[in-house]
Design a binder for this molecule. Sequence first.
Ligand SMILES: [Zn+2]
Length: 182
Amino acid sequence: MKNYPELDNIAKSNIIKNYPELDNIAKSNIIKKLIKTIYLNIYYILMSFEERLDQLYQELHSENNVERLVLPNPNIESTTTNTYWTNVKDFLKKVNRPPKHFIEFLADQLGTEVSQKSSSLSQGLILIGKQKRQKILPLIEKYMKDYVVCKYCNCYKSKLKKDDTIRKYIFTCSNCKSSYSV
Ligand SMILES: [Zn+2]
């Protein structure tokens, strides 16, 4: 974690000014707590997508002792008319999700047409329009939270299968064995 010494001083002078009745130990405890909160917030903003995802997984898996999932860095290129996500197959393989489900999710979230460049998906996806990488990256995070990680035990080792009778996808966790529709 980075250091922000200037924040220490701002926090200290504000506490001392605003709470003159507190004794020194109480003041220093409040300052410590406050600085920790400020650091965490600032740190989160400064982190890149990859770091945030990494942290998310560390948090999720620290309790369960599950091995960490490392996602491939998405290769997203845009022309003036279309956007190409060339290595999406690696991502879907890692998270073990049906391409159709992810394509529908992406199209719905971006409000545009998304299709496979080839039937094997080895050439990736075409997204109609110039889609910004910064807009797509948080969607991967959302997809992971909503459709890959178990809502009961936070494990990512899970399956998603379409139940045609109810026309919904069923999520099944390999760790805690929960099963629910998503
Ligand atoms: Zn689970």
